[in-house]
Design a protein around this ligand. Sequence first.
Ligand SMILES: Cc1cc2nc3c(=O)[nH]c(=O)nc-3n(C[C@H](O)[C@H](O)[C@H](O)COP(=O)(O)OP(=O)(O)OC[C@H]3O[C@@H](n4cnc5c(N)ncnc54)[C@H](O)[C@@H]3O)c2cc1C
Length: 535
Amino acid sequence: MTSTADNLQVATRLDADVLVIGGGPAGTWAAITAAAQGAKVILADKGFCGTSGATAPSGTGVWYVPPDPGLRAKAMNSRWDMGGRLADPVWMRRVLDQTYSNVNLLSEWGHPFPQAADGTQIRTSLDGPDYMRLMRKRVKAAGVRILDHSPVLELLRDGSGAVAGAVGLRRQRGDLWQVQAGAVVIATGGCAFLSKALGCNVLTGDGYLMAAELGAELSGMEFSSAYAMAMEHGSVTKTRFYDWAEFTYADGSPIPGAASKGGRTAIARTLSAGKGVFARLNADAETQIAMRHAQPNFFVPLDRSGINPFTDRFPVTLRLEATVRGTGGLRLLDESCATSVPGLYAAGDAATRELICGAFTGGGSHNAAWAMSSGAWAGSGAAQFARGQRGRAAQLYRAGGVGIREGKGARIDAAGLTHAVREIVLPYENTYQRHGARLEASLSTLDGLWASARSADEASRDEALRTREGLAMLATARWMYRSALARTESRGMHKREDFPQADEAQRHHIISGGLDEVWTTPAPVAGPALEVLAA
Ligand SMILES: Cc1cc2nc3c(=O)[nH]c(=O)nc-3n(C[C@H](O)[C@H](O)[C@H](O)COP(=O)(O)OP(=O)(O)OC[C@H]3O[C@@H](n4cnc5c(N)ncnc54)[C@H](O)[C@@H]3O)c2cc1C
């Protein structure tokens, strides 16, 4: 149903060349780059830009590799096979170049990188709070207007179908804002299904839903089975330190085959069986000091609980991070990070990272490099597109549908919907250890939830955000499972119990989309094989 935006009761109307949605690394790099090209930019964040999202409370390793041919070749090789040979070496090169230049810029801007013994800066990791504080400062210095605590609820389009802005909520006042814009960058991060993983409380897949409502496509949504290790009841999911862990049952006996790398299935199976999993980190004294220095926040919940992780066994769990550390997301059409919707660009975890990681997790360094590189390209692409839109007198139409339009049914129970989606998605046997029968059953329940949500009446202002978040998670889960069913093999992080081997005939991408009818279709891998590029 076509609906103009005229009747929306909006308290604040603004206009911009470029609207950036999301203020994590991808969004802030997009905003700075667009502003540097002369665009008038507004950035809207669900939380407070600089403290919100996956990077801000944590820290990230970065794929920062000096332009030495040997080092670059090694870096590109490192995930080529693990990623099921789905990455594109041309994009890998682009990201390595752009990341090198952006990280060096961070140094010029005064980011406090740690120093090696010889005084040189160690630029392969970024402390989250320092990084994002600096990015907020640079965004403001670039003249970008920031709307904090202002989640976008839906996109706006013009009569031709091009994106033309967005409408959001001002959480602190409870009213609506609207931005009319020549181009929009979706940088809303991934979707972790409110699994309580650190920094993921705002990452509910909103950008996927609002882009799909305009017809954007997704890619690689089957690569969404990322679970990270955490202390039981804790949210800190820095997994790297569990490389030192010895995993045991409650009685202290070792769990056969359990390991953080290459042994998570044994851990998932033990947890699924309702048995506790315990870890102790067997690191030497020097490494222990280095660990505390590198990731102090890893130790906070342990210290508070009086646990010494190097001597005590402590209970651990796996927390779903789905597309945050998976590689699926909005499909990109070209080097400017354009989606299939005119004027709509995507960056960071909101976009697919298959281009540099293929089928294997983007966590550990690639996602951070991707966020800053794709952010810069999307900001630049959006600024250029918006230049051609200046002066257009557009009639604005609402693109958003479910949950925010008048309907015949009762209002959606946002908490109930979220609970129902999480009940399906969080268990390891549905999302991590996949099997066609379980995927079909999950999908059938999720499709039923969508069908009943479809006719629901508009949510109250107080419930609008939670309702849209619940729907975004529901839509995300349906693209994930439909894509997982379409890949009848095991590749990268996508592991099917009923198809345990990789199938060379399925070395392709799986594109997905649709809301009422979710569809998938294969698409060929575009880039050359890595060995061809190297030859
Ligand atoms: C604990 C943890 C550790 C990680 N460590 C690494 C690592 O070491 N190396 C690595 O490469 N990657 C790592 N990652 C992956 C990490 O997600 C990315 O590197 C990076 O944060 C992606 O940046 P982003 O800007 O795309 O998303 P985010 O940093 O997640 O930012 C998304 C932003 O969008 C906003 N937003 C969401 N919905 C809306 C809406 N509706 N309206 C407006 N704003 C919205 C959010 O508030 C948030 O500010 C880690 C992830 C986690 C969870």
